[in-house]
Design a protein around this ligand. Structure first.
Ligand code: ATP
Ligand code: MG
Length: 377
């Protein structure tokens, strides 16, 4: 999709702003706390869901909570470049209406995912350097983006796991009844856990290969970015999404092997919920050795890989929003991001006015106190 225009009224600190966008690159520069992320958020609200996950009352402008918030985007789908589509979001106090081409859309979140966008926010650095949970969530998010049943499989798995963990938590003695009950849960957990793992690894190699490709481009270097799905079930054994039976047998065996430990710990110590993804640069673990710029480059490469996967798997061309992506990157990396991400319409925010010095095309806005002014070239 390509967003042609955007109208924003009374959204957070933005009282009124109108944009006609460039089909390729759009940059918003301004000091801290001026409204750059708010603008990115306004776009995401129109696409079905704010990436900040706020209460909707938080979107109303401070002190003017009775005002009506209005956001409208006008966009085209890639197959029909001449047909304009409109989404409007109108919010009054705690209720909102979302309309797609004038027709009310009751379940706003269904739009999310139908209109594809990929966003980088600074918190995404934690995918690389944060806890394993962040990486599992990310891989689940990407898996679900490509295959919409992944989240329901994950939900079933987590539900079964909670039930088994409740038994472990409340168990005072290990007798034959308890043993049978746990074994029956293990069977369910192994079956559902393998489903989750298969969902995660099905497109994993594709994501890893695209990410490595983009990482090389961002860096202009021979560094190799590799990604591995670290399974607490399969250990070092290589496996693919087709190895369902082997994975299921191994899962059951691993649950049996760790039975004593889980009785002591009172939770299930191996399984899909404990798996991780590791990133390595030239075979060195990025979490321990990568510099700030390298970590940021990995996170950006992942996001671009995500966009390319959407393009590959669904033929939709997602828009890309890169919020505060350029800081900590050297000149070459900044220049690559603002000048060489072809094939996608991108929206970039930056605190640094000089980031745009080497910018050869597209549009730039300066932002001050919620007011956006286009910079004439
Ligand atoms: P940074 O470069 O630090 O990320 P930014 O330009 O992205 O800054 P925003 O996150 O867009 O800044 O926030 C701009 C301002 O909007 C902040 O001062 C914030 O406190 C303010 N703000 C947030 N919510 C509201 C609201 N509901 N009403 C009015 N102002 C708000
Ligand atoms: Mg910001």
């Amino acid at each position: 999709m390509i967003i042609r225009s955007l109208t924003v009224r009374n959204f957070r600190n933005i009282a009124s702003a109108d944009f006609i966008f460039d089909p390729k690159v759009n940059i918003f520069t301004g000091n801290n706390a001026q409204g750059k992320t708010n603008l990115c958020e306004a776009i995401s609200v129109c696409l079905g869901k704010s990436f900040r996950n706020p209460k909707i009352s938080e979107l109303l402008p401070f002190g003017n909570e009775n005002d009506e918030t209005y956001i409208e985007i006008c966009f085209t789908f890639d197959e029909f470049p001449d047909k304009d589509n409109t989404i409007s979001y109108v919010q009054k106090k705690n209720s909102f209406r979302l309309k797609f081409n004038g027709i009310e859309f009751k379940e706003a979140e269904k739009l999310y995912g139908a209109l594809r966008y990929v966003i980088f926010i600074p918190e995404d650095l934690y995918i690389v350097k944060g806890d394993p949970e962040k990486r599992r969530n990310y891989i689940d998010f990407v898996s679900n983006m490509i295959n919409r049943v992944h989240n329901s499989k994950l939900y079933e798995y987590n539900k079964a796991l909670r039930q088994k963990n409740n038994i472990l938590m409340n168990m005072n003695e290990y007798n034959s009844t308890n043993k049978m009950m746990l074994e029956s849960w293990n069977d369910t957990i192994a079956r559902l856990g393998v489903n989750v793992m298969c969902g995660r690894i099905k497109y994993f190699d594709m994501l890893a290969s695209f990410a490595n490709e983009y990482y090389g481009m961002i860096n202009r270097s021979n560094e190799i970015l590799s990604m591995n799905y670290d399974s607490t079930v399969m250990g070092d054994k290589g496996f693919t999404a087709d190895d369902f039976e082997i994975m299921y047998e191994t899962y059951l065996r691993r649950l049996r092997e760790t039975a004593d430990r889980e009785l002591r710990m009172k939770y299930t110590v191996v399984g899909a919920h404990r798996d991780d993804v590791s990133f390595r640069i030239n075979n060195m673990p990025a979490k321990d050795f990568a510099s700030q710029g390298q970590i940021r480059s990995i996170a950006v490469a992942l996001k671009l890989a995500e966009a390319k996967m959407i393009l590959d798997k669904s033929n939709d061309v997602p828009i890309i929003i890169l919020d505060d992506v350029l800081s900590e990157l050297d000149e070459f990396r900044r220049s690559f991001i603002i000048n060489h991400i072809d094939n996608f319409q991108i929206f970039i925010t930056s605190c640094n006015f000089s980031d745009t010095d080497k910018f050869g095309h597209g549009k730039i806005w300066n932002v001050e106190n919620g007011r956006f002014e286009i910079r004439e070239s």
